[in-house]
Write a protein that binds this ligand. Sequence first.
Ligand code: F6P
Length: 363
Amino acid sequence: GHSLAVFTSGGDAQGMNPAVRAIVRMGIYLGCKVYFIHEGYQGLVDGGNSIRQATWASVSGILDDGGTIIGSARCKEFRERPGRLRAAKNLIDHGINNIVCIGGDGSLTGANLFRKEWENLLAELVDTKQVTSENAEKYKNLNIVGLVGSIDNDFCGTDMTIGADSALHRVMEAIDCITTTASSHQRCFVLEVMGRHCGYLALVTALSADADWVFIPESPPEPGWEDQLCKKLKNTREMGQRLNIVVIAEGATDSEGRPIKCDDVRALIATRLKYDTRVTILGHVQRGGCPSAFDRVLGTRMGTEAVLALMEATPTSQPVVIALSGNQTVRVPLMHCVEKTTAVAQAMADKRFKEAQDLRGRS
Ligand code: F6P
């Protein structure tokens, strides 16, 4: 039978455990030996007790747990070839040549690189007598499937990443609490939500929480936004609204690329409008707590599909990411998605740079 391993890498996200559970159970159901690699790429590099066989029972009762029971880490050693060489040896020692990587775009890029290097790593392991040529032949193909686990929903190729929906649930709970007290005191609240370079969480938050204003990295506000913002808030108050909510994505900038920060926006509103204004930075609360029903099902569907994709891989097939596309789980080429995700980030940076240049030209 086949052997496959699963690990979680980068920032954790609610729904990783449902995915891990589905991978273990689908793997066992299909007659595979399934392994956990603990602490992400670090466990792959360390080997030994970091790679342990999973059983049906080892994933009992984790469907409703947030985070990841097998741990996650950002690993420097795997970025260097000697680290990847050790990782390759550890996999062969365990008889594993099928892996599922659950992580963000950085983690999936690493997986793709590892797969490209595989043949070369094996050759070095044989040359240095760390691996027998029989084993090198037996495990000459490395099959990799990626699942995107991230609260940021910042990956091209999938409609939703695992964890984004749960993070929105956390944000909604927090804002619902804030609005009751804000209303009592007729206050304005400036809220920062996570998302790294992506405005998805902030945008959906603003829509769902009836916010008055939102700042997202994808659409920096026009110069003079300070006047527009204050005018908008003043109008709503004059129409009888008792509170204001301003949402800021953590990666938001103005059109010159300067970060837009809660404290500055708070000071602006307090000074100009004299509203009692407070700041709440929601922080890691957003990444915590149990996965939503959506993420439990999404993780389960993606995990199941990942195992099928591994079992159907051929020596010539390219690594895939399991994506959600219009409510279907589909397989999309990993490299294409990573490249597109990087290109979008680059295009945004270029756009900001050009806008800043234009502004300077005008002044
Ligand atoms: O990618 C998930 C995320 O929570 C981002 O939204 C945030 O920018 C980052 O991770 C925080 O990283 P850390 O947990 O290492 O502080």
